[in-house]
Design a protein around this ligand. Structure first.
Ligand code: ADP
Length: 500
């Protein structure tokens, strides 16, 4: 009997596989970390072969744990670290170099050139993105220009490019299928966000030949099937989405104006904006949310660089807590922040400020300030950053959200979730199943093969674990946010600008 969907969650530091049953419950999880390669400052690489072998291993482990065979699996859904770029030889399936990871900054200079040449407007119009080394396009260009002979081989059609979804599907189909989905394609700088197809002008501008590109597929559908020897029987591959989009789907944010925020090392907030790829006026990204039943749903995206990472800093840098969860008790031991504000601009500020010269600041210190005030200020600093992104989103999308659905490691912190609700003026809502990324990929796959009937059925499975209602008086909220803005102003442009 078919009883499960297998979600492959290929993340930045580990490969995971999760089996879900029809109720969206977890049957088994397996996880393996893999090597992070730092060849020089600002460069981050992964060995694509290791990504594949760890992913395959965990898939088999999850099946063994749940005592489930391939015949019991209705479909596979894939979700992946986004933008990470692999180029391989179509004949041998061997990567021509290590994968360049999304965090890698080696192509910043090329992106600066594009901006200086005034191409950023056109690029935003076409792709919904800002010009940045983060996205795949300039990484493909780099590989073709820096691996000897690669560009000529690419022009002859001998090489294939893929984000991690594409690479995994290539391997799972024995090199038969070269596809990606619209959410991953929308992170390359090469796709026209309005048409969902590769854009000639962008290919020309970034310097990527069409011959290396995969076919863009919907996020849910009969995309391919695994070879039968891989897991014991051919299994349909029926869902693909980049990790953040998958989480938006897994949080069942199916209506325009619904939003989720993931509180991890950084924060990723996405809001469903419906069927039009509205451009942001506040430096947020417009991205494909998913394509299901030939209908594309778009999302606005904003990220905060340092969120849970500030908690790690309190633990490892300042050593005022021993573990991340301890911060809650410490912060709760004082009634308020005692006037202390912590802006964790350790790596500049992301959306909507985009100030790479900003640096961290602790302000409002008095003789009475304690580690507990600092802990509180650190948690509040996460919430203020999220509130700033959400304000920008609501402005861009001309909607007011009704609640914020939350997930990620730091969403376990009740004090943070309550303060967040207070600052937003709408509830924060934590679901029962917080594995929203893998769940989103499973839902996309399950929808395609009839394991789940429709979005309504899925929305029904989404259950609340805890809801935090805003309860702080409006004048107090305004006072807090105004002090935060003051602190932000003092953190801004701290680092001297490098002349370039
Ligand atoms: P990532 O996927 O980015 O590795 P996770 O979703 O696993 O992140 O979340 C880990 C982050 O959450 C860490 O930065 C950690 O400091 C933070 N974190 C974990 N538990 C708590 C907690 N109870 N309160 C605040 N922060 C927490």
């Amino acid at each position: 009997m078919v009883q499960a969907i297998l979600a492959l969650d290929q993340g930045t530091t580990s490969s995971r596989a999760i089996l879900f049953d029809h109720g969206g419950n977890i049957l088994a999880v397996a996880q393996q970390e893999f090597e992070q390669i730092y060849p020089q400052a600002g460069w981050v690489e992964h060995n694509a072969e290791e990504i594949w072998t760890t992913q395959l291993t965990v898939a088999k482990q999850a099946m063994a744990k749940a005592k489930i065979s391939a015949a019991d699996i209705a479909a596979i859904g894939i979700t992946n670290q986004r933008e990470t770029t692999v180029v391989w030889d179509r004949k041998t399936s061997k990567p021509i170099a290590n994968a360049i990871v999304w965090q890698d900054r080696r192509t910043s200079a090329f992106c600066d050139q594009l901006r200086k040449a005034g191409q950023d407007k056109l690029i935003q119009q076409k792709t919904g993105l800002v010009v940045d080394a983060y996205f795949s396009g300039s990484k493909i260009r780099w590989l073709l220009d820096n691996v000897p002979g690669a560009r000529q081989r690419a022009e002859k059609g001998e090489l294939a490019f893929g984000t991690i979804d594409t690479w995994l599907i290539w391997k799972m189909t024995g090199g038969k299928t070269h596809v990606t989905d619209i959410t991953n394609a929308s992170r390359t700088l090469l796709m026209d966000i309005a048409t969902g197809d590769w854009d000639e002008q962008m290919l020309e501008l970034i310097g990527v030949p069409r011959s290396v590109l995969p076919q863009i597929h919907a996020s849910s559908g009969q995309i391919a099937a695994t070879t039968s020897d891989l897991l014991g029987k051919a299994i349909p591959i029926a869902g693909i989405a980049g990790d953040q989009q998958a989480a938006l789907f897994g949080q069942a944010c199916f209506q325009p104006g619904m939003a989720k925020n993931t509180y991890g090392t950084g924060c990723f907030m996405l809001m469903n904006i419906g069927d039009k790829p509205t451009a942001s006026k506040n430096k947020l990204l417009t991205t494909a949310g998913w394509q299901v039943n030939s209908k594309t749903t778009y999302a606005l995206e904003g990220s905060v660089f340092i969120a849970g990472a500030v908690v790690q800093w309190l633990r490892d840098g300042l050593k005022i807590i021993k573990s991340a969860p301890e911060i809650e008790q410490l912060a709760a031991s004082v009634p308020d922040n005692g006037g202390v504000y912590l802006v964790p601009a350790f790596a500049g500020l992301g959306a909507p400020h985009w100030d790479q010269y900003a640096r961290g600041i602790i302000t409002g210190l008095t003789r009475g300030a304690t580690a507990a005030h600092l802990a509180r200020a650190a948690l509040e600093g996460i919430a203020y950053q999220v509130a700033d992104v959400l304000d920008a989103m609501q402005q861009d999308a001309h909607v007011k959200i009704k609640e914020l659905r939350v997930d990620g490691g730091a969403a376990a912190n009740n004090l943070l979730m309550q303060f967040q609700a207070d600052m937003l003026g709408v509830p924060t809502v934590r679901p029962k199943i917080t594995e929203t990324t893998a769940l989103g990929a499973a839902y996309l796959a399950g929808l395609a093969v009839g394991f789940w009937k429709n979005l309504d059925e899925i929305a029904h499975h989404w259950l609340v674990e805890r809801r935090f209602e805003p309860r702080m008086p409006a004048d107090e909220v305004a006072q807090h946010r105004s002090r935060w803005s003051e602190a932000l102003r003092r953190a801004a442009e701290w680092e001297p600008r490098t002349s370039s």
